[in-house]
Design a protein around this ligand. Structure first.
Ligand code: UGA
Length: 435
């Protein structure tokens, strides 16, 4: 099938590449010429494990091409994916100007039936808005489909190639068939393609992300309770997760959820509720608790060092990306922690396997950057762990003790065994466990 993907951000690039991998001919469109030229030369603009192999293979085999020319991309395409940004506007609601702008441009160019797919996370009612904008600009028949993505950064290729489910929101019979054919190769194991109306599909995306954010937040509060009553959240997590109705995934407490999706989507759903005169109380609490949780490590540090005790201290920080296997630092808890520490008069040296270039662009020399995990520890009063990169899991603890000024670790991701840390002689403060 011939496909056009508009927007080569995270979602667009993964979608385009993975669709080419099953034999479709995909043209990706972006307005930034430099980016398009780089991609043509096989340079990937994002870091995503496993994507590079598929990206290069499909470029080489000429199933994946790039252009700045919208008309050229959509003329042969049966399906046009909109994978454009929907940033939160000033009022917290998603800004649809890119999506609606593209819909208008596409409408003016089409000469035959096309399936237009919204892939970006868009508020309920967007398919109707896209339809209205297009109708105002063309008489050619078309269908608008809501097909939300459920990709996790870091494992996006696996999530696309073997999705738990594919959601297709359309009431257009022809579009339903086209989309079913397109996704059939990805659900051969038997996972469902769920057909529904556009609005249900749009809400499914927000509901899924908000539910997961709530699940994490609930565990973060349980972790805080564990500390107060002397329980161990690792035990509690396993105990509750073994119940099939709850499930063991997404129960890991930490320094709050971050990234480009959960914070934005929880806020957008809460805002949408408000616009419909509904007070979505749980979501409002989730946002409030998450704000507090992001600073949880600093609260622990303040308790340890006493009032004013952070001033003049130097800290090592492992992990800047909002989660492992990505260079994405959007809404990363590390940034909030760094802000608090700098404001309290402390200094920070950070290390992250992929996230440092992005943080350098943002913070410049407000903090120092280490060339490897151990160098970050030089002259540090304590180590803070904020992202659970695999490389942090089994370090040389004796060497760390030699490097650190004092053997103190504040761990926001519960990487280490409590007894082992005691044996090594560390003061080890983690989330929801005994100190
Ligand atoms: C999330 C969803 O998991 C995807 O299904 C969805 O498609 C995507 O948003 C999106 O809307 O595009 P992502 O933001 O890449 O994916 O990352 P997650 O792995 O879901 O992690 C989100 C945050 O939750 C991270 O800050 C992570 O550290 C935190 N988290 C996750 C926890 O604190 N505990 C957990 O047990 C799991």
């Amino acid at each position: 099938m011939k496909i056009a993907v508009i927007g080569t951000g995270y979602v667009g690039l993964v979608t385009g590449t993975c669709l080419a991998e099953t034999g479709n001919e995909v043209t990706c469109v972006d307005i930034v010429e430099e980016k398009v030229n780089k991609m043509r030369n096989g340079e990937m603009p994002i870091y995503e494990p496993g994507l590079d192999i598929l990206f290069l293979r499909n470029i080489k085999q000429e199933r994946l091409t790039f252009t700045t020319n919208l008309a050229e991309a959509i003329a042969p395409a049966k399906v046009i994916f909109l994978a454009l940004p929907t940033p939160p506007g000033a009022d917290g609601a998603a800004d649809l100007s890119y999506v609606l702008g593209a819909a208008k441009d596409i409408a003016k160019l089409i000469t035959e039936y096309k399936v237009i797919v919204t892939k970006s996370t868009v508020p309920v009612g967007t398919a109707d808005k896209v339809t209205a904008v297009m109708k105002a600009n063309t008489d050619v028949p078309f269908a608008v489909v809501s097909n939300p993505e459920f990709l996790r950064e870091g494992v996006a290729v696996e999530d696309f190639m073997k999705p738990d489910r594919v959601v297709i929101g359309t009431t257009d019979e022809k579009a339903r068939q086209v989309m079913g054919d397109l996704y059939a190769p990805y659900v051969r194991q038997g996972n469902p393609i769920l057909y529904m109306d556009e609005r249900s599909s749009e809400l499914t995306k927000y509901a899924a992300n908000s539910f997961l954010a709530t699940k994490i937040t609930f565990m973060n509060e349980i972790a805080n309770m564990c500390e107060l009553v002397g329980a161990d959240v690792d035990m509690v997590r396993k105990g509750v997760g073994a119940d099939g109705r709850i499930g063991k995934r997404f129960l890991f407490p930490g320094v709050g959820y971050g990234g480009s999706c959960f914070p934005k989507d929880v806020q957008a759903l809460s805002k949408a509720a408000e616009e419909n005169k509904y007070d979505f109380k749980i979501l409002n609490s989730v946002m409030e608790v998450n704000e507090t949780q992001k600073k949880r490590l600093v609260v622990k540090m303040r308790e340890y060092y006493g009032e004013g005790g952070l001033k003049g201290k130097h800290f090592a920080l492992w992990g800047l990306a909002f989660k492992p296997e990505t260079d994405d630092i959007r809404e990363a808890p590390a940034l909030y922690i760094i802000d608090e520490l700098l404001a309290a008069g402390a200094t920070v040296t950070a290390y992250d396997p992929e996230g440092m270039p992005n943080v350098k662009k943002l913070l410049g020399d407000k903090i120092s950057y280490a060339t490897n995990r151990y160098n970050a520890l030089d002259d540090a009063d304590a180590l803070l762990i904020v992202t659970e990169w695999p490389v942090f899991r089994t370090p040389d603890f004796d060497f760390m003790k030699e490097k650190l000024k004092s053997p103190v670790i504040f761990d926001g991701r519960n990487l280490y065994d409590l007894d082992r840390m005691k044996e090594y002689g560390f003061y080890y403060n983690s989330i929801g466990r005994k100190t």
